[in-house]
Design a protein around this ligand. Sequence first.
Ligand SMILES: [Zn+2]
Length: 332
Amino acid sequence: MYKIPLAELKEKIISSGKLSSEELDKKIKEKVNELSGLISEEGAAHIIANELGIVLISTAAAQKLKIKEIYVGMKNVSLVGKVVQKFDPRTFAKGENTGKVCSLVLGDETGTIRVVFWNEQVDQLHEVFQDDIVLVNDAYVRENNGNKEVHLGSRGSIEINPKGETVDVVRKSSKAYERKKIEELHDAEDAAEIVGTIVQVFDPRFFYTCSRCAKRVTESSGSFHCAEHGTVDGQLSYVLNAVLDDGTGMIRGVFWKNQTNHLLGKDDVQVAAYKEELPLFEDVKTDLLGEQFKLLGKVHRNEMFDRLEFNVQIVEKANAQEELARLEQQSP
Ligand SMILES: [Zn+2]
């Protein structure tokens, strides 16, 4: 039995038109009583749905599910999502062997979900980057710390940017990125959303990463060396810092490659051009000053400089109307 939250179960049953909300609540109570409290209300709702012939979850083979439709306990799940975040792979000791684990957060218009890859599955992720579309086949869903997690089954696979698959809008969980004022940001904060005006922009810093694992590589006499993969092709990457002010405080936003692209409205090639001609970047900086952005990300403390920084994950132009509506809602 899939673990579907009670509110969603009820919604599905009521939308069948076979019971009203009141009738359903009454039936659930009766069912729990009938079974002497041995089942939960969720369990009762499942039984009622079954008795009424209501299909809670379509189990048609090879059907791609929206992220909202994915529940703990499901098997043979396929889904398509845009890479919202790619975490660095980690290695861990397991007896005498070592294992590898890496995860992605995929999003579609209904939500986001973490997809976890183990051991040799991790190698498939070398070619996956933020904003790529990923099709996951034959996965199963389990619970981890109260969150849903998708894991690849033994026959599981992924396809990167498959033809004909698109995800335009990613619905971000509002709980995960709670709106904060800059003065409210603290160390080791959970994800937050801030809106601020750019008051200072620094030059981008350029460096090279491993084409296989995307970790930073060292460069010597024109060739690149990855700690894990040896001599590799180096891919140009960059990071840009900009200070944001929201009237309550200021914080330095850290924009990695994709986020820099979104911030500047430029692509890889355009940004890379500034590596050779940094003075040209002065105009870009001037244009950014005074612009308002909505940033989703995480706060962390930069130990070297003993200051808080905002590690940006998603960049959007602030929507003036939306911000105004928010202010009006808050005023007494
Ligand atoms: Zn590498």
